[in-house]
Design a protein around this ligand. Structure first.
Ligand code: PLP
Length: 406
């Protein structure tokens, strides 16, 4: 029998393990109170009451009113609803939308389809080389007919945190009728997320990046924001999102948020210490490795360590790491069999050949120093072995890589 290898999970930006307290809170709604919350008998009323309590919790934590919270199936649906919903409800005012080139595909692909259909005209703003979106660049793109600006709070690949409050302030100063949406899926577990402090009209969250369940998300919609529902068929969520509610998932999401908000300070301190160890250790042990994303820790998600390894495909490293018991991810979107370099890294200006060696390690509550050290020990020989197999001699960095290797 193969020897048992202790697994190390370094992919919290992909999804987080559900907190046992979350699972416990959900269980009654899978076992005894499983009834349709829209029905009229007592069991259904208990399910309805649980959803009401969850809505009150989510609203309180975000600084919102209960009527401003729409429960969805997750981040992708919330992003889709925000973009399509606002634009469809604003046609008399215009159809211009501004976004950044490094959004999650839930935003980018939706917007691309809207552009293709002719329902929206898009301005895409490139980020700074560290992955942050400059408020001035967004401001400069705002027009009289701009109906929506959508910029993510923190990027899922490089962890760059943009100043959403400043972006919203500048957009509103230019055109008070432009709605501002932010995808806060990645930041909510780590940073304060508050709708008034951000000054946004719409905000996306998902349960499974906050130690909650898959299949539950939130779209915050400020009162008075134009929004056309995109899933039709029932009166749920005040007619803004049809479909029988998943009571257990909604309860789990709210519980996960509560715990996350309570634990944030401790979680962040823990993740920052591990992050520092990794950011410091990787380039020292591996030549021609570039840490990507902000160098200033206050501009970077505490759990994120992203890098590019010259002369190696990120995917090959990930397979070798998996065999060594370490689960991580790369920034690459693996489509149609060919590995395209990440749109985020390319958008930041990272040379494509360097971007092909991208890796993303995202730390969480359960990680330890020993996990980081396992990675720091496992990675150098893997890189060395793969470089030795490379047809290109991996002796010197390419000229274009130099600014990124600093
Ligand atoms: C920034 C961002 N937005 C949206 C999503 C999609 O969320 P969900 O998986 O809940 O649909 C993700 C998930 O990876 C994400 O990282």
């Amino acid at each position: 029998m193969a020897a048992h290898i202790e697994r190390v999970y370094l992919d919290h930006a992909a999804t987080t393990p559900p907190d046992p307290a979350v699972v416990e809170a959900m269980l009654p709604y899978l076992t005894t109170v499983w009834h349709n919350p829209s029905s009229i008998y007592v069991e259904a009323q208990a399910a309805r009451a649980a959803i009401d309590r969850a809505r009150a919790t989510v609203a309180r934590l975000l600084g919102a009113n209960e009527g401003e919270i729409i429960f969805t199936s997750g981040g992708s649906e919330s992003d889709n609803l925000a973009l399509r919903g606002v634009v469809a409800a604003s046609t008399r005012r215009g159809r211009h939308v501004i976004t950044s080139t490094i959004e999650h595909h839930a935003v980018l692909d939706t917007i691309e389809q809207m552009e293709h259909d002719g329902t929206a005209e898009i301005t895409r703003v490139a980020p700074e080389p560290d992955g942050r979106v400059a408020p001035e660049a967004i401001e400069a793109a705002v027009r009289d007919d701009t109906v929506l600006v959508s910029v993510m709070h923190a990027n899922n690949e490089v962890g760059a945190v943009s100043d959403i409050a400043e972006i919203a302030r500048r957009v509103k100063a230019r055109n008070p009728r432009t709605m501002v949406h932010t995808d806060a899926v990645q930041s909510a577990a780590h940073l304060g997320v508050h709708v008034d402090r951000f000054g946004v009209d719409l905000l996306t969250l998902t349960g499974h990046k906050m130690y909650g369940p898959r299949g539950a998300g939130v779209l915050y919609v400020r009162s008075g924001t134009p929004l056309q529902p995109q899933i039709l068929g029932g009166g749920q969520e005040e007619r803004r999102r049809a479909g029988t509610e998943d009571t257990a998932a909604i309860v789990g999401l709210a519980r996960a948020m509560e715990l996350t908000w309570e634990r944030r300070e401790a979680d962040v301190a823990h993740e920052r210490a591990l992050q520092e160890r990794l950011i410091e250790g990787l380039p020292r042990r591996i030549p021609m490795l570039a840490i990507t994303g902000p160098t200033d820790p206050t501009h970077r998600l505490p759990g994120n360590v992203s890098c590019c390894v010259g002369y190696v495909e990120g995917e090959s490293i990930l397979l070798a790491l998996d065999l060594a018991g370490i689960a991580a991810s790369s920034g690459s979107a693996c489509t149609t069999g060919s590995v395209e370099p990440s749109h985020v890294l390319v958008g930041m200006g990272v040379p494509e050949d360097l971007a092909r060696g991208s890796l993303r390690f995202t730390l969480g509550r359960g990680n330890t120093e020993a996990d980081v050290d396992r990675l720091l020990e496992a990675l150098p020989p893997i890189v060395q072995r793969l470089r030795a197999l490379s047809p290109i001699p991996a002796t010197e960095p390419a000229e274009a890589w130099r600014p990124w290797l600093a």
